[in-house]
Design a protein around this ligand. Structure first.
Ligand SMILES: C[S@@+](CC[C@H](N)C(=O)[O-])C[C@H]1O[C@@H](n2cnc3c(N)ncnc32)[C@H](O)[C@@H]1O
Length: 171
């Protein structure tokens, strides 16, 4: 098993926190950090012929960077593999999910929250929603915080597919 992580800030902003966790868990020997932005690091993995069973997109959250993450990871993910995407309620992520479903062959998998919220969890949700609201977050982000909808989206890759070069569909 190999585990690749891409992060331009792991050893600077984050002080190596993820690397330390992996070491504590005894998983550092199978892990490789690519230290740089994903639009430069993912093509390197692709060039090396890496094939992935699972991919997780949670880097720079704008539409353009997320779409590039998806584009490269899709080329490496094997059919039957799973693509995970965090912050699904963000408009930028929703746009990428629409691209996935209109331009590639994926099937969305159900994701359920495993915990039943107690009183303090409810208070925490309301505070989180207000925090997002005050910072002008999109409506979907605020309602997701209140409903505590899982922010992870999961997609099964049905087959390796790219449309013909004349293809265009709005998404
Ligand atoms: C929202 S955090 C998520 C981290 C991790 N998935 C987690 O749940 O703890 C986003 C991560 O993306 C990294 N990042 C920032 N810009 C990036 C880029 N251009 N390419 C890849 N990762 C980036 C940040 O350093 C940060 O570690």
């Amino acid at each position: 098993m190999r585990h690749y992580g891409v992060d331009p800030e792991q050893n600077t902003v984050h002080g190596g926190a993820a690397l330390a966790s992996l070491k504590r868990a005894g998983l550092d020997s199978v892990f490789e950090l690519l230290e740089g932005p994903s639009h430069l690091m993912l093509p390197k993995l692709l060039e090396r012929g890496v094939v992935l069973d699972l991919a997780f997109i949670d880097g720079w959250h704008t539409f353009d960077y997320t779409l590039l993450d998806f584009f490269y990871l899709d080329k490496m993910l094997r059919p039957g593999g799973v693509m995970l995407l965090h912050d699904r309620s963000w408009p930028s992520k929703q746009k990428v999910m629409r691209f996935m479903m209109s331009h590639r062959k994926y099937k969305e998998l159900p994701v359920h929250s495993s915990t039943r919220p107690g009183f303090f969890k409810w208070v925490h949700r309301v505070v989180a929603a207000k925090w997002h609201w005050l910072r002008g977050a999109p409506f979907g982000v605020v309602t997701s915080a209140i409903a505590n909808r899982p922010e992870i989206a999961a997609f099964l890759k049905l087959e390796s597919f790219e449309p013909d070069h004349r293809f265009f569909r709005n998404f």
